[in-house]
Design a binder for this molecule. Structure first.
Ligand SMILES: [Zn+2]
Ligand SMILES: [Zn+2]
Length: 187
């Protein structure tokens, strides 16, 4: 896995909750297992601890996206640097299960949550270092605050999904139409 792509872990974790919409899809052990890579073996105890840890770090990750999206790149970078201190990578190369040589970012003993967040932190750090903090975004559609990493070539992404983009376009079209009707009545 390319390290830049690990930033998607941060996206996936943050988007388990939409603040203000009372939506939270990280409440149970099953939710946690859905979030973690399918190949990870996680005991019941580790899943319970992991759930708590991931829920605790989630607002911290959201804040990074919100700061970056609001143009406060330097604050976002400071927050990522703190995250890197709290979730330090412990790099090693492995070929367990005849998988071929690949990089491990954290010790398996550190538990699934720490492993997951270590990858997320490294992914965010690489994204900012190679592409800039403005690549971290928050969806601009009404009533959606889902986050995303903008991988478009011209850094033009504004919405978390096609669904939100369509919704926003329809709303803008209706607003223009209303404005157009009003203008016509005055003429
Ligand atoms: Zn491995
Ligand atoms: Zn959205």
């Amino acid at each position: 896995m390319e390290i830049l792509a690990y930033a998607e872990r941060a996206v996936d974790l943050v988007n388990t909750e939409i603040p203000g919409a009372d939506q939270d899809s990280l409440r149970s052990e099953q939710d946690l297992r859905r979030l973690l890579p399918a190949t990870w073996t996680v005991s019941h105890k580790a899943a319970e601890d992991g759930l708590r840890e991931l829920r605790a770090v989630r607002p911290r990750l959201r804040r990074i996206f919100e700061q970056a999206a609001a143009g406060h790149g330097r604050s976002a970078v400071q927050a990522v640097n703190k995250l890197l201190v709290d979730f330090p990578a412990s790099l090693s190369i492995s070929d367990h299960d005849d998988d071929g040589w690949h990089m491990h970012l954290a010790d398996a003993e550190s538990g699934p949550a720490r492993r997951f967040v270590t990858g997320a932190a490294l992914g965010l750090a690489y994204t900012i270092a190679e592409r800039g903090p403005e690549r971290l975004g928050v969806c601009e559609a009404t009533r959606c605050r889902a986050v995303f990493v903008d991988t478009t070539t011209n850094s033009s992404r504004r919405y978390c999904s096609d669904r939100c983009a369509t919704r926003a376009n329809v709303a803008a079209y209706r607003a223009r139409k209303r404005a157009g009707v009003g203008g016509g009545a005055r003429a």
